[in-house]
Design a protein around this ligand. Structure first.
Ligand code: COA
Length: 370
């Protein structure tokens, strides 16, 4: 009995930008990017939105369009939950999940967005699984709660909209995309065997993206003030100081772009991936020898290689899809999972680990039986 992945799909924007193309923007080279990250090209939204990509990914995952993995076609009314992970929503209200629900006609679904940075899809699966398990435990519908039996879990990002295209330390790393999975509560199959979600404080502000909601606010501490509407937001100044970006913002760097200390994130990432895999296996009472396949977050090929070494696992047990995508945050894991299914690398009964890490710092893993 458990929550099983029964469909998976992905979607990418049309424009593909190669490393060499980026030399028109920053002082970099194909050689540097390839050897330091494993990335050759990335996809970038021009007229596609986050929800456009999610819609295509979801249609493939539901078995409505070609190109996904499906155990069966899902009817719209069968989906009762949409969990949409994104750090880059097209708009704040309505949520991306609500837009997706409307476009797909999933009229029975409760739909919401959540953000756990690049670990978002792992958190999203964890949330969906917990809601479905609570629902099943409460004899679906008789517990005073909503009943959840089938969920669409999405990771969708338009990360290149928060990328600083003048910063070579970050801009070569990111791309856009969306991935989606259909999960179903099954009385017969084990499905998800364990989940592990974790937060550590990013004490050095190694990965940040301050927001800038900037509708004029005509108030000061005394009340209405038309002058205050023209002044800088004192709250934003405090949060900039807390995040250590004051100098950069004052020097004219766009506030709403990613700031990253690569080496600190790298170190955290290798440790976090290894720990999350160890912990999720312990929770399931299994060992690494029991695992058939690992689908990791795709931030840097070298991070995956270090993590594989730490786990003493050959690289061919990992799906590596970074070369033509780069890092698309919470979309990476569901898209990479979709690649693994497309390539026939996941078989019924296999024990598969999905593992990720990201800003916050968040990290986590999901172990499931295919
Ligand atoms: N092209 C050319 N040179 C570059 C460059 C680029 N795109 N980006 C950085 N450099 C330079 C740096 O300026 C530095 O030069 P210096 O030695 O003259 O100061 C040099 O390359 C080495 O920089 P460093 O930051 O030490 O490189 P690195 O080997 O750590 O690789 C990252 C940088 C970002 C690829 C790597 O740290 C990384 O992948 N970190 C984790 C990122 C991540 O996972 N982010 C998302 C989390 S979800």
């Amino acid at each position: 009995m458990g929550c099983t992945i029964i469909g998976c799909g992905k979607a990418l924007p049309a424009l593909e930008i190669a490393n060499d193309d980026l030399t028109a923007l920053v002082d970099t080279s194909d050689e540097w990017i390839t050897t330091r990250t494993g990335i050759k090209t990335r996809r970038i939204c021009v007229d596609e939105t986050n929800v456009d990509l999610a819609e295509r990914a979801a249609r493939a995952a539901l078995g409505w369009d070609e190109g996904g993995f499906n155990e069966r076609r899902i009817d719209p009314e069968e989906i009762d939950l949409i969990v949409y992970s994104t750090a880059t929503p097209d708009v704040m209200v309505p949520t991306c999940a609500a837009l997706l629900r409307r476009r797909l006609g999933l009229s029975n679904a409760v739909a919401f967005d959540m953000n756990a940075a690049c670990t978002g899809f792992i958190y999203g699966l964890g949330i969906a699984e917990s809601m479905m398990a609570a629902s099943a435990a409460g004899a679906a519908g008789a517990s005073g709660r909503n009943a959840f039996r089938r969920a669409l879990v999405v990771g969708g990002e338009r990360l290149t909209r928060i990328t600083n295209w003048e910063d070579r330390n970050t801009c070569v790393l990111f791309g856009d995309g969306a991935g989606a999975a259909v999960v179903e509560w099954s009385d017969e199959r084990a499905g998800i065997l364990a989940t592990y979600l974790r937060n550590d404080d990013d004490t050095d502000n190694a990965l940040t993206c301050p927001t800038a909601f900037d509708a004029p606010q005509p108030f000061d501490a005394q009340g209405v003030s038309l002058e205050a509407a023209q002044a800088a937001d004192p709250g934003l100044a405090r949060i900039d100081a807390e995040l250590g970006v004051t100098e950069a913002v004052e020097a004219g760097r766009p506030r709403q772009t990613l700031y990253m200390h690569g080496q600190k994130v790298f170190k955290f990432a290798v440790e976090a991936m290894g720990r999350a895999v160890d912990e999720v296996l312990e929770r399931a009472g299994l060992t690494i020898e029991d695992v058939s396949f690992i689908v990791p977050h795709q931030a840097n090929e070298r991070i995956i290689k270090y993590a594989a070494k730490r786990m003493k696992l050959p690289l061919d047990r990992f799906q590596i899809s970074i070369a033509h995508r780069g890092n698309s945050s919470s979309a990476c894991i569901p898209m990479t999972l979709s690649d693994a299914y497309d390539a026939g690398r996941i078989h019924p009964g296999d024990k598969v680990v999905l593992v990720g890490f990201g800003g916050g710092f968040t990290s986590g893993a999901v172990l499931y039986e295919a």
